[in-house]
Design a protein around this ligand. Sequence first.
Ligand code: 13P
Length: 243
Amino acid sequence: MRKPVIAGNWKMHMTCARSRDFMASFLPLINGTPNDRHIVIAPPFTAISTISEAIQGSRLELSSQNVHWEDEGAFTAEVSPLMLLEHQVKYAIVGHSEPRKYFSESDEQINKRARSAQLHDLIPIVCVGETDEQRERGEAERVIRRQVEQGLEGIEPSRLVVAYEPIWAIGTGKTCEAEEANRICGLIRGWVGFKDLIIQYGGSVKPSNIDEIMNMEEIDGVLVGGASLEPESFARIANFNSF
Ligand code: 13P
C-alpha cells in the first residue's frame, strides 16, 4: 500500500511571521483530512524552527529544501542533516531543478545528499525532470533515466520519495497531461525496480487539477510550489478526493 505524500515546497518564500500566520489558518483546515496521506511543508531554512514549533501536536510533517552530505565542516551556506534533525525534520528535498539549473548541482552531488539523508533517517525527496528542449528533442526519457540511475545509486527505495517534475511545467501554469505524467511515473517505477516506490508529480499543481492527478494509478502524491503558499489552496490540495 503506497501512502501518498502531499508536499508544499515554499522555495524562497515566507518569513517567520508569515509562516506563523499560514499555520494558524492552515492547521484547522486539515483537521478532518483522512489519515491515508502524509502532508508535508518544506519551508526555507530560516523558518524551520518556527514551523517546527507551530506544528507540534499536529499531523503536518516537516521537510527541508536541501541537505548537505557532511555532518559539519567548512561548507558555507550549506545545512547538515544533524542541524535538521534537531528540528524534527523528516524529509529533505534534493536535486530540485532550481539548484540543478542555478547552482549546477550534478547527479553525483544529488546522490551524495540523498545518501546522507538516508544515513540520518531523513527521507530524501529526489527530484527529476526534463526541460522543454529535451522533451522536444525526444530526449525526456533518456534524461530522466540518467537522473534516476545516477541520483539513486545505492539508495534504499523503501525510504525514498521520487518527484517527477517536468521543468517546463514548473511555475508556468502548464501542467503535464495527467496521462503523460502517469506514464513517466510508471517508467520511473520500473527503472527503480521497486513496486512500492512513492512517486510524486510536481509542476503547476493546483486545486483545479489535484483530483485528476491523484486519480492516476502511478502517482502517489504531489510536490506543490505556488499553490502551497496560500492556506486555502494548499488545504484543498491536501484534502484531495475527500469531499
Ligand atoms: P509550481 O507548483 O509553482 O509549478 O512549482 C512546482 C515545484 O517546483 C515544486 O517543487
